[in-house]
Write a protein that binds this ligand. Structure first.
Ligand SMILES: C[S@@+](CC[C@H](N)C(=O)[O-])C[C@H]1O[C@@H](n2cnc3c(N)ncnc32)[C@H](O)[C@@H]1O
Length: 424
């Protein structure tokens, strides 16, 4: 039975051209006006996000279902693929040339080697969507958003999603249909493997096509940009819970092992935030583990205290008795059965009463989930047959399946990943 054949009362056609929630507009305007005069919103993240949420609700309240539908299916998809194409051909780099002074379409087309007609139509749509400025007839200039599209950690997210993630989402409906609408739960049979016609996991697939890996690694950098780090007091009291009680009698003792730490950005941030940790005689070890090809990409000027160690996290953890083993955005990539292997390999090397396992992931609340967690949850489903987890799902995985004890969960909210502290 298709969804269209489900008997339902159809809404009156007039709802399609009526603003979605016009009755709520006065309340939203009042709430928004309470931010008038605030000049700290550029630095006060929580209040800025609060205002943004009110503004988003206001836009939604004013739009009609028809306008929203056209925006979703046409305007936003055309804009996404135009931005990605623009990144391919150097459009945004051309726009910022000469301090971003306005340029005629013909001049931009000459710089990037693009057909004038096609380019003028792309630029016109990007301006209509607010992504660039239309400064005169056939003339455009970048704004802060389009200037940011010249930075690899912002730009490559578009290419990573276009090449490696969106094909999976495009195949979700047909994959589900072949499986009687049962949600994917394995890394080797899901919309990603179906869409890319592969039996490899996404990470294996990216390893043989290095441009995908480069886009992914840059995107990870963009994802982190401007977000509070796990060890900041607004997230997790790392000084008190981790550093204060570490064994500093032995310079060989491992303090922190970042497992699947990619190119070392989290460890670098940690050591820059706690510079005193790197001082004195017995500094201890800070170990970065990932696959060999990823570690080979790590910057050569990585803080010298960081030791790179190729390691497959499905194999026994080679570092014994570290103060903490840290997993950031690892377990959400894997279904429970694989997570069980990863966690148990770490558990085997933990020292009872001393070592901690720190899991830095979204903990989705029962009500009012944030979009930063919900979109990732759906992409985890199509890419890996995995998920972002609720508190209950974390308890089942970590305590019931892996035999760990959750000591506490520090959840800062607003789309930032929580820290789940576990012991054996
Ligand atoms: C989503 S990324 C997270 C990276 C980093 N922890 C962060 O949050 O920015 C997943 C990482 O797991 C690594 N990885 C995937 N399979 C692995 C394996 N079998 N052993 C070790 N690392 C692996 C990838 O190379 C990648 O760096």
């Amino acid at each position: 039975m298709s969804a269209h054949s489900v008997a339902a009362d159809q809404a009156d056609i007039s709802i399609g051209s009526t603003p979605c929630d016009i009755g709520n507009v006065p309340t939203l305007l009042e709430s928004i006006s309470s931010f008038r005069g605030r000049n700290d919103l550029g630095t006060n993240r929580d209040d800025r996000l609060d205002l943004l949420e009110q503004a988003r609700k206001l836009v939604h309240a004013l739009e009609t279902p028809r306008e929203l539908m056209l925006k979703h299916i046409g305007a936003e998809t055309a804009s996404f693929f135009s931005i990605a194409l623009g990144i391919d051909v150097g459009l945004f780099k051309a726009l910022v040339l000469h301090q971003g002074k306005p340029k005629k379409v013909k001049e931009i087309a000459g710089i990037i080697g693009f057909d004038v007609d096609g380019l003028s139509r792309i630029l016109r749509h990007l301006a209509a969507m607010g992504h660039i400025e239309n400064t005169g007839p056939d003339e455009y200039a970048p704004n802060n958003f389009s200037k940011a599209l010249t930075i690899p950690v912002i730009a490559d997210g578009y290419l990573f999603y276009r090449e490696t993630c969106i094909p999976s989402m495009l195949h979700l409906h047909s994959w589900l249909k072949t499986k009687a609408y049962q949600t994917p739960t394995t890394v080797i049979d899901n919309p990603f493997t179906f869409g890319q016609r592969t039996s490899m996991t996404m990470f294996e697939f990216m390893a043989i096509e290095p441009y995908r890996m480069e886009h992914f690694n840059h995107h990870m950098g963009g994802y982190r940009l401007g977000r509070p780090s796990w060890f900041e007091p607004s997230v997790y009291p790392a000084q008190e819970r981790l550093l204060a009680l570490r064994d500093s009698s032995n310079s060989d003792a491992a303090v922190l092992v970042d497992i699947g730490g990619n190119k070392g950005h989290d460890l670098e941030r940690f050591l820059s935030y706690f510079p005193s940790v790197a001082e004195g005689e017995n500094k201890g070890k800070f170990i970065l583990q990932d696959t060999a090809p990823v570690l080979a990409e790590a910057p050569s000027d990585l803080i010298s205290l960081i030791e790179k160690q190729p390691h497959d996290f499905f194999m026994p953890q080679p570092v014994q008795g570290a103060r903490a083993y840290y997993l950031h955005h690892i377990l959400h990539d894997w279904p429970d059965a694989k997570c069980e292997v990863i966690v148990k390999q770490i558990r085997g090397s933990m020292k009872k009463g001393y070592s901690k396992l720190l899991i830095n992931e979204h903990v989705i609340p029962a009500v009012g989930a944030n979009w930063e967690a919900t979109y990732l949850d759906l992409y985890m489903m199509v890419q890996f047959g995995s998920r972002e987890r609720t508190e209950e799902e974390w308890k089942v995985l970590l305590e019931e399946k892996c035999g760990m004890r959750i000591v506490g969960i520090w959840n800062p909210g607003n789309g930032v990943e929580a820290v789940i502290e576990c012991e054996i």
